[in-house]
Design a protein around this ligand. Structure first.
Ligand SMILES: Cc1cc2nc3c(=O)[nH]c(=O)nc-3n(C[C@H](O)[C@H](O)[C@H](O)COP(=O)(O)OP(=O)(O)OC[C@H]3O[C@@H](n4cnc5c(N)ncnc54)[C@H](O)[C@@H]3O)c2cc1C
Ligand code: SF4
Length: 327
């Protein structure tokens, strides 16, 4: 790892001040730093200013009411998990708590924030490497190079988005509130992302994530998050699948699925309405698996084979459907 370079830390106390500081050339936001700092120490990016979000008042606030739950983007994952232990949060939004509990290790979670988790960089074996490794192997399209080593014929980056919170929040139909000097705007969380590993966020240059809102799931719905990874102790998802399922008179009345680890953005699975009214048995599970296999498009961006990751995502979704239906 390299020293992080010459940096100056700025500590605004309001979101508006943070947005204004982003106008400075080579300014970057930092929250917990658990994603950003390892990348900087690999020589990926050379910011001059780090806009530290840790002093913004109320940035870690949690508000729950009859309609839903609002999480400040500055809330740490450890604080989210602690709150879940003391309230009914894990009963109402279990997939969220399961996802947060499986991010990195306890030390990371004590600093890592909801906003940083959602805005974390995409990952690739040719990118998350030391500066000398990348130089020795020829830099790639995403940073300082001209060719993508994963798909050399193309002109886009296929690095994978492997965040754990996003699939769960997408399955719950979450929206995000963004702040900039122009004011605030709200959009569905899935629209925060685009399918481009080198520029996967749709945030405007001087915009930041202020909070996330989750509607309260309909009575009788069940949800969960399943993460597949090489090392259970601590690892990014090879595939992560979140699901919200509601049955009515033994058939599927609601089904929402979010997938991480396979594409350059977290996937909000399309086409699940075709399963509404069906019994949640093997046939529906197979149909769901096919939807996932078609929409997951892993590339050779991890040491695990792309086709295997696709199969794992599809199988996880099939099993999750059967498990949730059996509850
Ligand atoms: C060893 C290791 C293992 C890991 N394992 C996992 C894992 O299993 N699952 C997982 O999901 N992640 C994992 N991570 C990545 C990281 O720890 C988490 O994603 C963490 O939640 C990032 O949050 P942070 O607050 O530390 O983000 P930071 O590092 O502070 O920021 C990450 C990015 O988001 C931007 N950002 C931060 N806050 C905002 C905001 N409010 N608005 C706009 N942009 C913002 C920053 O500019 C930066 O580009 C791992 C990291 C390491 C080093
Ligand atoms: S997918 Fe290609 S361009 Fe993107 S980080 Fe990997 S090698 Fe680089």
């Amino acid at each position: 790892m390299l020293p992080a370079g010459e940096l100056e830390l700025l500590r605004p106390t309001t979101l508006e001040d943070a947005a204004a500081l982003l106008l400075r050339p080579r300014a970057r936001l930092v929250a917990g730093g658990t994603d950003l700092l390892p990348n900087l120490r690999r020589g990926i990016g050379t910011p001059r200013w780090l806009v530290d979000l840790g002093a913004i008042e109320g940035f870690d606030a949690v508000r729950e009411d009859g309609e839903g739950l609002r999480l400040g983007a500055g809330l740490t994952l450890a604080a989210l998990i602690r709150r879940a232990q003391a309230t009914d949060l894990a009963e109402v939004w279990p997939a969220l708590v399961m996802a947060a509990s499986q991010v990195a290790g306890p030390g990371h979670r004590s600093a890592a924030t909801v906003g940083g988790n959602l805005c974390q960089d995409t990952r690739c074996i040719y990118y998350n490497q030391s500066a000398w490794w990348r130089q020795a192997n020829g830099h790639c399209l995403k940073h300082e190079g001209t060719t993508c080593h994963v798909a050399p014929q193309g002109q886009r980056c296929h690095a994978a988005y492997a965040g754990d919170l996003a699939p769960a929040l997408i399955a719950y139909g979450a929206t995000v509130e963004l702040a900039s000097l122009e004011g605030r705007r709200t959009l569905p969380l899935a629209d925060l992302y685009r399918d481009d590993g080198a520029a996967h966020l749709t945030l405007a240059p001087h915009e930041l994530l202020a909070s996330v809102w989750l509607p309260r799931p309909a009575a009788g719905s069940a949800s969960a998050y399943r993460k597949m990874r090489s090392r259970a102790a601590m690892d990014f998802a090879l595939a992560g699948v979140a699901m919200v399922l509601r049955l009515q008179q033994g058939t599927i009345a609601e089904l929402a699925v979010g997938v991480s680890g396979t594409n350059s953005h977290p996937v909000r699975l399309q086409g699940t309405e075709a399963l509404l009214g069906q019994a949640p048995g093997d046939e529906a599970a197979r149909a769901l698996g096919k939807l996932v296999a078609r929409q997951a498009s892993p590339m050779r961006s991890t040491v695990t084979a792309a086709h295997y990751r696709r199969l794992v995502a599809a199988t996880a979704a099939e099993r999750l459907l059967l498990e949730l239906a059996a509850r």
